[in-house]
Design a protein around this ligand. Structure first.
Ligand code: 13P
Length: 280
């Protein structure tokens, strides 16, 4: 299967029955586990890595592995840079062949976010790649960044931003946060619905780890087309490694390697089923 653009995998605007899962990976084992999950469930996949995690997995090393994994996959797969913060990293991702990039300008005032995002859109579109951006602010911390509070997306700002930038996907802040929740999130489904009714740009949900199956279904029914999952794959892989340690005192390197593949695969399959993206 060819490597595709994530926009080709999104449900059409009016189809609110499924969303495509975007799963963060940090090494070859995770990328491989993700591909296995997609193939076993015959489900499209977005493989992604966040700029805040590159300290552990340099993009010029892991990026080509992600591209090769997507090309090897027998179902359509896209490769995406998550939470791009610098033009340098965005340019590197595009030069490696990533089919989309996120520019996260949510920390900037609206006008500056628009200006910087437009620059990325021009660059990425000239190379045939798609762009995701963020408006409002998803809470928590993705990777090594400082944790931030949620700033719920305003409908007017989302509309203005989408029109002014021409982004291909828009991450909205509706009460979710990156990482594990310490208190149950209060999802603003009312706000999501208003944004969905106001703009046609495909909407993205960040901070998927820890939401319930009902939360996900509710978000999909109200317009979410792409859902990001990172922490749950890391945690499930770590759990599998601990199980190996406990059950096999003489465990070898490859037992741990295999634990990461299994942990990632299991978590991704679990989420793909909830997102109802099997066979799409
Ligand atoms: P979680 O780590 O909460 O799953 O969030 C993932 C995410 O939104 C990546 O951008």
């Amino acid at each position: 299967m060819p490597l595709v653009k994530m926009t080709e995998l999104f449900a059409p605007h009016d189809n609110t029955t499924f969303a495509v899962g975007a799963f963060n990976v940090s090494n070859l084992e995770m990328a491989w586990g993700a591909i296995q999950a997609a193939e076993e469930l015959n489900t499209p996949l977005i493989l992604q890595i966040a700029e805040g995690r590159l300290r552990y997995s340099p993009l010029d090393l892991l990026g080509p592995v992600m591209i090769a994994a997507a090309k090897k996959c027998t179902v359509p797969a896209a490769v995406h840079l998550d939470h791009g913060a610098t033009l340098e990293t965005i340019k590197l991702a595009l030069s490696l062949g990533f089919t989309s990039v996120m520019f996260d300008g949510s920390k900037y005032p609206l006008e500056e976010n628009i200006r910087r995002t437009r620059e990325v859109v021009e660059l990425a579109h000239s190379k045939g790649a798609a762009v995701e951006a963020e408006i409002g602010r998803v809470g928590g911390a993705e990777g090594d960044y400082k944790s931030v509070d949620v700033l719920v997306t305003s409908v007017d700002e989302a509309k203005k931003f989408a029109e002014a930038t021409g982004v291909d996907a828009l991450a909205v802040a509706i009460g979710t946060a990156h990482g594990n929740y310490t208190v149950k999130p209060q999802l603003r489904i009312d706000r999501l619905k208003e944004i969905f009714d106001a703009i046609k740009t495909p909407l993205v949900l960040h901070g998927g780890t820890g939401l319930t199956a009902d939360d996900f279904r509710n978000c999909i029914a109200n317009g979410i087309k792409k859902i990001n999952i990172a922490t749950a794959s890391y945690d499930n892989s770590a759990r599998k490694i601990r199980e190996v340690c406990e059950s096999k005192p003489d465990a070898k390197f490859f037992d741990f390697s295999d634990a990461i593949v299994r942990g990632t695969r299991e978590n991704i399959k679990h989420h793909m089923k909830i997102f109802n993206s099997e066979g799409r």
